[in-house]
Write a protein that binds this ligand. Structure first.
Ligand code: GLU
Length: 271
């Protein structure tokens, strides 16, 4: 089977060191398997998106020597596929309408096991999938299909054989596997990368305006990302050489050791 990996950023801001690590980790793994690397733009959440961010992310990836092997898929254009999957889950009785708010679920640690808010025909509901570990939203109050459903439908559509992404998404994985099973879709392999944290121990995030990586001078951040992934860094200042040496010397075991060690912090200057 041919390896197919992906990088799936949300266009909520510019690429920062944490998202660069996910891009480089997934790219390296795909290339070291002679596989394809595909970029998917997860633009499913208009209120959180920043105009121009999708184009900016793609230009930054290109400056770092990483370009999608296939046309970039935009989730905002995939509503019909998500609607079909949703209808199948609904027809099989796996989903239910829910009016519970985040505040309603606070006493239960944010986990939904049973509805606490009564049905309110005057308001649109969210739609949840029943799950022993907590029922989760697959269609939002605003009508948009939610992240878990979209990811599962798209990973299958794109024939992804392994998902390489940040450890912040670890608890998404069992939910996505459950959705794959209910929809009769294949389950890819999963590899979760260590998370880049700020000096206070928080995950770097685009919404918190983590400093964007510098695409005018990509080599320092690329070297830092490779080191962060436990890889031996060989090469000087051009990204093509750094990347091709990293593919040749790719060390999956080193990467997994980093993952087991857990959180790694970066100082403000290491990116
Ligand atoms: N779009 C998600 C993010 O930027 C990643 C989704 C995934 O890799 O499954 O956090």
């Amino acid at each position: 089977m041919t390896y197919r990996g992906r990088f799936a950023p949300s266009p909520t801001g510019q690429l920062h060191f944490g998202s660069l690590v996910a891009a480089v980790g997934s790219w390296l793994r795909a290339r070291s398997q002679n596989g394809a690397w595909i970029v998917r733009m997860e633009d499913l959440d208009p209120p959180r998106e920043v105009p121009g961010a999708a184009a900016d992310i793609l230009a930054t990836l290109a400056a770092f020597g990483m370009e999608s092997d296939e046309p970039v898929m935009f989730q905002s254009r995939r509503e019909n596929a998500y609607a079909t999957a949703f209808a199948r889950l609904d027809a099989a009785g796996h989903v239910f309408p829910c009016w519970c708010s985040r505040v309603d679920l606070e006493p239960f640690g944010g986990i939904h096991h049973t509805c606490v808010a009564p049905p309110d025909p005057a308001r649109a509901p969210a739609w949840r999938l029943r799950d022993d570990a907590g029922d989760f939203v697959i269609r939002r109050v605003e009508g948009w299909y939610a992240y878990h459903l979209a990811v599962v439908v798209d990973d299958a559509e794109q024939g992804i054989t392994e998902v390489v992404r940040g450890a912040d998404l670890l608890d998404s994985t069992p939910r996505q596997i459950r959705l794959q099973q209910l929809l009769g879709l294949p389950t890819p392999a999963y590899l979760h990368l260590p998370l880049a944290l700020d000096p206070e121990g928080r995950k770097l995030s685009k919404q918190d305006r983590a400093r964007p990586v510098d695409r005018a001078d990509p080599a320092p951040a690329l070297r830092a990302a490779l080191r962060f992934l436990g890889q031996h860094v060989v090469g000087a200042n051009d990204v093509a050489t750094l990347l091709s040496n990293a593919v040749t010397g790719f060390d999956l075991a080193a990467l997994q050791t980093v993952t087991k060690t857990g959180a790694c912090t970066i100082g403000p200057d290491s990116a």
